[in-house]
Design a protein around this ligand. Structure first.
Ligand SMILES: C[S@@+](CC[C@H](N)C(=O)[O-])C[C@H]1O[C@@H](n2cnc3c(N)ncnc32)[C@H](O)[C@@H]1O
Length: 270
């Protein structure tokens, strides 16, 4: 499978992927989220499971969702740390491992609502210009230019490029298509968004830049992997601990963008 071929070193997931980020490498916020410490802000025990007293008026599905939220240490930590989403910890954990936020000045965040990843970048990189887009509204954030639109809308790439006001150092995509319950369709739709995000990354990244995108465990297809390997010096996959085990999401982390590619290798690919 294409994803497996590009995966980095270290212990392997049974599916061939690298094992999740090692716990000891995580920063304080992530450790707190994982219930490894009870010290610091919001320092309560994160372990005891809560059950809702009544399910009156709720469907079984929403009852399960609510209980999962109440018992999720990342949800509690996000509240304590002021992050809008538990997804913030996925980016923090990926960055702890790969360091793609080092030195970034311009960042494009695709599928950014409610804004957890933007908050992480804005907090870590106070000088960075951040451009974010989502179909859903995003409450204003300091130093973040927000678009509420579809990344596939005509002329969108030009508008985002203009807002960046220079080549990007990092393109992030946490986009996922709304699922319809048909596995193959859901997979194709989400991978279509990854391809689109990569189109934008190839168009907007500066030499040496990075691309981080959500993919599904079914794997990026061979053509996408070939593109990634051709344009980036390093291509790895990871499932950060904050990503729920039962979720099929993984992240591709491509670093060292090659702004110039040889015409000959492109010609052969066609
Ligand atoms: C998992 S959420 C992102 C969470 C975000 N990274 C955070 O930290 O808060 C995925 C988002 O992708 C957005 N999305 C999906 N398809 C999109 C599209 N075609 N254009 C723009 N946004 C899209 C969804 O609306 C959704 O808000």
């Amino acid at each position: 499978m294409a994803l497996q071929a590009a995966a980095g070193g270290g212990p392997r997931h049974p599916g061939g992927y690298p094992a999740p980020v090692d716990a000891p490498r995580l920063g304080h916020a992530c450790r707190r989220a994982r219930g490894m410490t009870t010290a610091g802000s919001g320092g309560r025990s994160l372990r005891g499971k809560q059950r809702l007293k009544t399910a009156r008026g709720r469907t079984a599905q929403s009852q399960r969702w609510l209980e999962r939220q109440l018992n999720d240490p990342y949800v509690r930590a996000a509240k304590a740390d002021g992050y809008r989403s538990r997804a913030a910890y996925k980016l923090l954990e990926l960055n702890e491992r790969f360091g793609f936020l080092n030195g970034v000045r311009r960042v494009l965040d695709l599928g950014a609502a409610p804004g957890g990843w933007c908050q992480v970048v804005a907090k870590k990189k106070r000088e960075a210009r951040i451009v974010a887009i989502d179909l859903l509204p995003i409450e204003p954030l300091p130093r973040v230019t927000i678009f509420q639109d579809d990344v596939r809308a005509p002329g969108m790439a030009d508008r985002l490029r203009e807002a960046l006001d220079g080549p990007a150092d990092l393109v992030l995509s946490d986009m996922a298509a709304n699922t319809v319950g048909h596995k193959q369709t859901d997979h194709l739709r989400t991978m279509g968004l990854v391809e689109l995000a990569l189109d934008m990354a190839e168009d907007m990244l500066d030499e040496g830049g990075a691309f981080v995108a959500k993919v599904l465990a079914g794997g990026a297809d061979a053509a996408l992997m070939a593109r990634l390997k051709q344009r980036f010096r390093s291509v790895k996959h990871a499932k950060p601990p904050a990503s729920r085990k039962e979720s099929s999401e993984w992240y591709v982390v491509a670093q060292g963008f090659r702004a110039e590619v040889e015409e000959t290798s492109q010609a052969i690919a066609i």
